[in-house]
Design a binder for this molecule. Sequence first.
Ligand SMILES: [Fe+2]
Ligand SMILES: [Fe+2]
Length: 417
Amino acid sequence: MTDFSQHVHGSDQLHLAWVYDTATTMTVIWRNCEPSSIPTLAYRAAGDGEWITIQGAHRMTDDRGALEEVTLSGLAPSTRYAYRVRCGEGNWGEVHEFTTGPERDGYAAMDIAYVSDTGLVGRADGLSDGTAQVIQEIARHDPLLVLHGGDFAYFDTDRRFQWLEEAIDYFFNQMVPVASQAPMMPTYGNHELMYVLQERFEPWAERFATPEGSEGRLNYSYDVGQVHFVSICAFEFDDPLPEERLAWVVDDIKKAQAAGRPWIIPVLHVAPFAEGQNHPSNLALRAQLGPVFEELGIRLVLTSHDQSYERTFPLVDVPTANTPTSSSLDEYHPGDGTLWIKVSPGGKRSNINKSFSVFATEEAPHWTAVRSNTFHCFALLHFGDQGDLEVEVLGVTGDGSEPVQVDRFRLLAPAGA
Ligand SMILES: [Fe+2]
Ligand SMILES: [Fe+2]
């Protein structure tokens, strides 16, 4: 088993982020074990051109070294770049590659991964039996962007780490295969927010670079090609969003619509539609966001938290009748309503029942299109250059056997595409 707490060649925890324009910038963060040196990175368009060297700044320092940050700007859209970071004053690290986002006009083909509830590889209690394979599979698909839907480390029950900072180091090290080749953008969950779970938002937010957003970066949004993602902090089991947060979300979505964004996708950790016994639906959140998202024409909402895969048909009249507008299992049209998808776990089984979440009822509710609680899951959002979106959900057992397709459906292009 790889020990992710070790420094590799004097630097580690390499990860990418989009803080500014996703078509022309990339922010690179890594830990340097020689914090006295000036953080230095070299990059070039993938190929064999001249390396361009650029210096950054310390994002934060502590007794374990410095977290370095460099933002590359003036990049060409939809272009592959190679980069490497310098370790201390000495050697250059391994070469990695990423792709910049497409220009915002029109539709571009791009694949974006969504994963949540990963936990840390190699837990002593065996509950993170899918984490390594999920990371490996996502890296193999080489998406443009990775959305992490929250519950990163489960520090309180992992028990291998004395300090939270060590668990955070370990998390960023295990994610290097994914996060060194694509920006990894967080949505914060109950494990990052609930004091009782022994983690806090601030130590995580210090490590993740994100746009400014609202409430000190608890929520934020950004555009990638034709898509506007809204990362919303939803971590309470029974409560709706605070009024201030809801107001920011609505305002943010309306601004994106006014700017003509064809796809607007909210991401939130706690699920308004979840039929598992571990973390049942947050009904207050459903009652609050259902009518709001329907009114705003939101077609897809990404959630997690309850450890199984579930997704609804496109629905209207939430939370009263929760009426499906289609009986199709795989194709939906603009105006069909809001489809709620819950993709979980991304590697770690629940501490509550030591497994995947058991469904509360044998028969699924009438609004459920597909559900499965036998795999660790992640989703690939395949955006097409004609405006459509195909969602593919893959499941793994963690034993290295081939991923299984758990679900696949298509949302047809927005009107006018
Ligand atoms: Fe979780
Ligand atoms: Fe959670």
